[in-house]
Design a protein around this ligand. Structure first.
Ligand code: ZN
Ligand code: FE
Length: 263
């Protein structure tokens, strides 16, 4: 009998998470920016690393690739168009890849970087009773990635694509930025009761030293201003703050800029 895959964040650097999915024998890791913490947990749990998934080219997501592949022989799959030296299967929107017995759908989510991809695993009763999303630095709980290489219109389209996934989907972000993001979200939307309750919940988790992640798509739709820029409250709040044109892309761009300046 097959058992449910286990999902856990490996904390690394100051605020990264490398996500690990395993079945007590084989494992998959996402965006390993450093090999050491991954090798430690593989050894502690007696796991064999089968697959490495990569969402984008930044060093805090790929810095451990070479050492991990040398140590484990794991198979690497990553974005089609990002500048990455390591050999890997090159994936883009519409591709489907199988790892750990799960068929992952590849989504193009440009904005943070030009070739950023995300991996979505639908629920399958035997292995995964709830869908999982590995979204790198595109969607954070309560926030989104900075626009280093993409336009606001691209990032808005990418986030809309993620927001359309099933509500129970577990959102596995690559950084623990939640509390800072929620402080900003409350400045944008102070009267949102779901946001107020979620902030209290996340504060309690952090006080206990626990990750706030994974979040869910349903929760992010309720509390994340970057998924809510078309709702009346967020739209009006941004137009009032920034004096921008009241169209979707201008409001999203002004919201991102407001966050960049927020102290
Ligand atoms: Zn990044
Ligand atoms: Fe990052």
């Amino acid at each position: 009998m097959k058992t449910q895959l286990k999902l856990l964040p490996i904390p690394a650097f100051s605020d990264n998470y490398f996500w690990l999915l395993h079945d007590d024998h084989q494992a998959l890791v996402v965006d390993p920016g450093d090999a050491a913490p991954v090798l430690d947990i593989l050894q502690a749990l007696r796991l064999t690393l089968q697959t490495i998934l990569v969402t984008h080219h930044h060093a805090d997501h790929v810095g451990g690739l070479q050492a991990l592949v040398e140590a484990t022989g794991a198979h690497v799959m990553g974005p089609a168009t990002e500048a990455l030296n390591h050999p890997m299967d090159r994936l883009s929107q519409g591709d489907s890849v199988t790892a750990m017995g799960i068929a992952f759908e590849v989504l193009d989510v440009p904005g943070h970087t030009a070739g950023h991809i995300a991996f979505f695993a639908p629920a399958t009763s035997a292995l995964l009773d709830t869908p999982v999303l590995f979204c790198g630095d595109t969607l954070f709980s309560g926030g989104c990635g900075r626009l280093f290489e993409g336009t606001p219109a691209q990032m808005l389209a990418s986030l809309n694509r993620l927001a359309a996934l099933p509500g129970p989907t577990r959102v596995c972000c690559a950084h623990e930025y939640t509390l800072g993001n929620l402080r900003f979200a409350l400045a944008v939307e102070p009267g949102n009761p779901d946001l107020q309750a979620y902030e209290a919940h996340c504060q309690a988790l952090r006080h206990q030293g626990m990750p706030t992640l994974p979040s869910t798509i349903g929760m992010e739709r309720a509390i994340n201003p970057f998924l809510r820029s078309r709702t009346a409250t967020v739209h009006e709040s941004v137009v009032q703050h920034a004096g921008c044109e009241p169209n979707d892309v201008a409001v999203f761009a002004a919201l991102r800029e407001w966050k960049n300046q927020f102290k």
